[in-house]
Write a protein that binds this ligand. Structure first.
Ligand SMILES: [Zn+2]
Length: 219
């Protein structure tokens, strides 16, 4: 195997890589009534001393509920199924496939505050690769849920493991947490890094380093 072969995708496409058409996103829970949650937001507004009936706030509960339906639209998706369409013609390519800087927005399950960051994915194909937009969609499917960063990192890695059965998977997530930013006025939140490795990436420090170098390359 050619250990030096590394393909790095940075929020873009490598011309030779299979590209797939965008799927249309699933509709956000048309079966669920928003009346009760809107009443809940009105109660929250009253609890913080606001008048939910004043002009500026009248439509806010509906907006908040629709926004959270969107933030949490990942529950309706089966991320492993997103990886079903594989390309087994890899023309002998046996190097590490690295996709860095996948932007995501999630929400923490403790405060419902935004988690904003970037996910980086590496995998060593055994006999199949996927269109790289699918990897970004996997990140999105897990980000659009209430999360803690550690779990999201592990879920993305497990999904790629289950969907592609590769020889190795690495997932690194860098993110800032809104709930921490808000605790200090004018302070920039520290950036939390979480990582999950399996297979050869968990035991080969050099392979890991190639992944970290790719992540650091354009900082
Ligand atoms: Zn939080």
């Amino acid at each position: 195997m050619n250990e030096s072969a590394v393909s790095v995708f940075r929020n873009g496409r490598l011309a030779s890589h299979p590209v797939d058409e965008e799927d249309t996103p699933d509709e956000v829970r048309p079966d669920v009534s928003y009346d009760a949650p809107e009443e809940g937001v009105r109660a929250l507004l009253r609890a913080i001393g606001e008048d939910p009936d004043r002009d500026g706030l009248r439509d806010t509960p509906g907006r908040v509920v629709r926004a959270f339906a969107e933030y949490c639209s990942g529950y309706a998706l089966d991320p492993v199924a997103l990886l079903q369409r594989k390309f087994s013609e890899v023309s002998g390519y046996q190097g590490l496939v690295i996709l860095t800087d996948i932007d995501f927005v999630s929400h923490c399950e403790h405060h419902l505050a935004p988690i904003v960051g970037k996910a980086h994915i590496a995998y060593l194909p055994s006999n199949a690769v996927v269109g790289i937009s699918k990897l970004a969609r996997v990140v999105d499917a897990y980000a659009r849920r209430l999360q803690i960063q550690e779990r999201m990192t592990a879920q993305i890695a497990q999904c790629i493991e289950d969907g592609l059965a590769p020889r190795a998977v690495g997932v690194v997530v860098d993110a800032e947490h809104g709930c921490m930013t808000l605790q200090g006025v004018n302070k920039r939140a520290p950036r939390l890094r979480t990582q999950a490795f399996s297979g050869e990436l968990s035991v080969d420090p050099q392979m890991q380093q190639r992944f970290f170098d790719a992540i650091a390359a354009q900082r």
